[in-house]
Design a protein around this ligand. Sequence first.
Ligand code: SF4
Length: 177
Amino acid sequence: MEEMIYMAEKAGFAGAALVDTKDIPFEPGFLVCCEENLCGKYGVNYACPPDCGTPQQMAERIRAHRHALVLQTLWEIDDPMDNLKVKPAKGAHNRMERALIDRFQEKWPGGFMVGASGCNVCETCAITEGKPCRFPALKFSCMSAYCVFVRKLAERCGLEYDCGPGLVALFGMYVFD
Ligand code: SF4
């Protein structure tokens, strides 16, 4: 497991920590944040609520595996509500995760990715055309869709959530056995 953390740090992640999935805090009430639809993916993406499943189903999906590697990136952004800057940072975080998890899956197969934002594998999700997901193996939901209480999780893992003025921390996970 130390090797995973080493690989994550080498890949440019600011922090990485292993947790047992039974210790991941969930808050089903966070669903309202998705319903506010600030990201624009609510109801138009298979990986986002309500189509991804209920908060309970999402938590069960994670708890069906034993471990998670929490992955943190840091970005020089003054205002965490500045979507023009945060959105591309989330996209970059997800690409970093995808590349690292592709390597993880050679050694620790059977796991899945939880991103910093909802699935953006396709420019427009197939759900908007009433068609099945085009890349089910690559589809990923975000920490919010799983209703993970990210601040608590970060504290539990010894990773900083509030990194001070001018810095925004983003989080994702590789969930595996
Ligand atoms: S892979 Fe494409 S079709 Fe499938 S959930 Fe992601 S964006 Fe939608």
